[in-house]
Design a protein around this ligand. Structure first.
Ligand SMILES: *[C@@H]1O[C@H](CO)[C@@H](O)[C@H](O)[C@H]1NC(C)=O
Ligand SMILES: *[C@@H]1O[C@H](CO)[C@@H](O)[C@H](O)[C@H]1NC(C)=O
Length: 227
């Protein structure tokens, strides 16, 4: 019957086919009924699994992409542009030294965030000798792109005049200048803003803390180390 129906007459076959379909549908109905009873449970399990997977994916995304880390700022090298120094050994106990130098450092700003780090003009750099200030400098504004290492120029000036009030510092400097090596610490707190995905903005402060030895006769900086 099912084979003969469609082949013989073309026009009247339509209704017959429909009736066949209906009968087939009746036969087919009981199994779907059972399926319908099963599916809500499966559907629930699938939905739950999907929610768990989405949550895990979002958590992973949040931990890696949205967590904003503090960039690192480290001096790579420091060049001596100008240098002048002298020691005046006064006949008495107090000897004094004069030291001025212009240093240009190349620092690397390492930004591991999935967003750029922008810092404004004028980050202050302190040059520290012992416990005292011995000059300083400024860092111009700039930017490190997402997951980028940006080069930053750090201009510093050594000024012994700042030590004048520090008697111990002056005495030590006179002795260090006499020996030809002056140890300095270059310290800066660079405040900037990290922008992730264009709408998450967080302030972070990259710290630079580097020690170095200024070699006077050689007019070079060596033993550069950053924490
Ligand atoms: C940054 O400051 C320096 C001097 O302090 C100035 O010469 C320079 O034009 C400033 N740059 C910007 C972008 O404001
Ligand atoms: C710089 O690092 C040295 C050595 O880790 C530490 O003793 C010193 O306190 C640091 N300076 C600042 C200003 O954090």
């Amino acid at each position: 019957m099912p084979e003969g129906g469609p082949t013989r007459p073309i026009a009247p076959s339509g209704p017959r086919l429909r009736s066949d379909d209906v009968e087939l549908a009746h036969f087919a109905k009981p199994p779907p009924g059972r399926n319908q009873r099963r599916s809500p449970g499966k559907c629930f399990v699938y939905t739950l699994a999907l929610i768990v997977i989405l949550c895990a994916a979002f958590l992973g995304f949040a931990v890696t992409v949205l967590r904003v880390k503090t960039p690192e700022l480290r001096l790579r090298r420091v060049d001596v542009k100008t240098l002048s120094y002298s020691t005046a050994a006064a006949a008495g106990a107090s000897s004094s030294a004069s030291l001025t130098a212009a240093l240009v450092g190349e620092a690397v700003l390492r930004n591991t965030n999935f967003g750029g780090f922008e810092f404004s003009n004028g980050t202050a750099v302190n040059l520290i000798y012992g416990d005292a200030a011995l000059g300083g400098g400024k860092i111009e504004g700039g930017r490190a792109g997402a997951r980028e290492r940006a080069r930053v120029t750090v201009k510093m000036e050594v000024r012994s005049s700042e030590l004048a009030a520090d008697v111990d510092g002056s005495r030590n400097l006179a002795s260090d200048v006499g020996s030809g090596t002056v140890k300095l610490t270059s310290y800066a707190k660079m405040r900037g803003r990290v922008t992730v995905l264009g709408w998450i903005k967080r302030w972070r402060t990259a710290e630079m803390n580097c020690t170095m030895s200024l070699e006077l006769p050689g007019r070079i900086v060596r033993d550069l180390q950053c924490n």
